[in-house]
Design a protein around this ligand. Structure first.
Ligand code: SF4
Length: 203
């Protein structure tokens, strides 16, 4: 994985990029940057591990669908995240050539990452970086999505196989309904910042 090439590629695509050695340093940075704002969260194992909800909700109005008690509350909060001032999420894979890939089942994470905010942060650990777009797509489909399904212990063939690969299933519980390729910064979001963490995190 060539981190310098990745950073240069992301900058050419008009993203702001910051690199941190540890998740703790990245969490401290994000906590210092977002204050007194209305914030929306997309689903991210990395963000959970960084305890960003606890930290940011101490001095911001934070809407995190995963704080909902049931699916109805999840969807109610998820709708609110689509128009917050700031939105934070992660990606399933990133290419050294600067593209990013996200797979989503409900759609709130990818919808929120594309439109409706002044600023969007993508928090990405460097274990998600692949040499090119095709291998990033492969990682998202055959590594991240099966692991994500395993997290929820879903009755899907990827879980039955121990997370070996995606079987492009027809299961009602399938979590892979949309795949978004981020090719360059979206026009109407003022700033899109990629926070890279040089540690193994997430899926
Ligand atoms: S499409 Fe189905 S088999 Fe493939 S990763 Fe998603 S849930 Fe698993």
């Amino acid at each position: 994985m060539d981190i310098n090439k990745t950073i240069k590629s992301l900058q050419k695509k008009l993203y702001t990029v910051k690199l941190f050695d540890t998740a703790k340093e990245a969490a401290d940075y994000i906590d210092s940057q977002i204050d007194g704002r209305v914030v929306g969260f997309g689903d991210s194992r990395t963000m959970i591990d960084m305890e960003l909800y606890k930290r940011l909700s101490a001095h911001n109005e934070v809407h995190d669908p995963y704080q909902g008690k049931d699916n109805d509350e999840f969807l109610e909060i998820a709708k609110k995240t689509l128009t917050t001032e700031v939105f934070l999420t992660s990606v399933n894979a990133m290419a050294e050539t600067g593209e990013m890939v996200n797979i989503d089942g409900t759609g709130n994470r990818v919808a929120g990452s594309l439109f409706g905010h002044e600023k969007v942060y993508f928090i990405v650990s460097t274990n998600k970086i692949e040499p090119d777009l095709q291998s990033a797509i492969d990682r998202a489909r055959n590594v991240a999505a099966p692991k994500n399904s395993m997290k929820y212990d879903l009755p899907t063939p990827c879980v039955a196989s121990g997370g070996e690969k995606c079987f492009d299933c027809k299961s009602p519980e399938r979590i892979c309904n949309a795949m978004v390729l981020y090719l360059r910064k979206m026009n109407d979001i003022e700033d899109v910042e990629i926070v890279l963490i040089n540690e193994e995190m997430g899926f």
